[in-house]
Design a protein around this ligand. Structure first.
Ligand SMILES: [Zn+2]
Length: 146
């Protein structure tokens, strides 16, 4: 796909700064992916599976487990990252394996998706999840404490 050659992470991060939620970012991402992204909540998924993404009938699907709002945002962004980084293109998902808690991605793909998801979440929520001791947070803390 042509867009895969573009700096997709850069485009995503730019978009994230214009979005109020992970779902809104998915809708906007679908435009440059040229493929819709359906986001469906599941009443339950196995404990080790907060969310998963797959391709189904010419669309991407993100299934996520109902949970606390921030963790839902995080899970959706993690799956969106897998989609945008091309991790699920052409991959046959073994749902039984996924339900059994097995990941279909390599450790590197998981790290890449997690890193991008954290950056997107930070852009959307203005909260640094992985880097709680950044200058920005320190400055905010100092302004609150005085
Ligand atoms: Zn993952």
């Amino acid at each position: 796909m042509f867009f895969r050659k573009q700096p997709i992470e850069k485009r995503l991060k730019k978009l994230a700064h214009q979005c109020q939620s992970a779902k809104a970012l998915c809708v906007m991402s679908a435009e440059f992916l040229s493929c819709p992204i359906a986001i469906l909540s599941m009443p339950s998924l196995p404990p080790t599976v907060p969310a998963l993404s797959l391709q189904y009938k010419n669309q991407y699907v993100i299934l996520y487990k109902l949970a606390l709002p921030l963790s839902v945002e995080r899970s959706i962004l993690h799956e969106l990252s897998h989609i945008c980084l091309g991790h699920i293109d052409g991959v046959k998902i073994d749902l039984l394996a996924v339900i059994a808690g097995k990941t279909i991605f390599t450790d590197q793909q998981e790290r890449d998706a997690e890193k991008l998801a954290n950056q997107l979440l930070a852009a959307i929520t203005d909260v640094r999840v992985l880097l709680p001791h950044t200058d920005r947070v320190s400055a905010r803390f100092e302004s609150l404490v005085g």
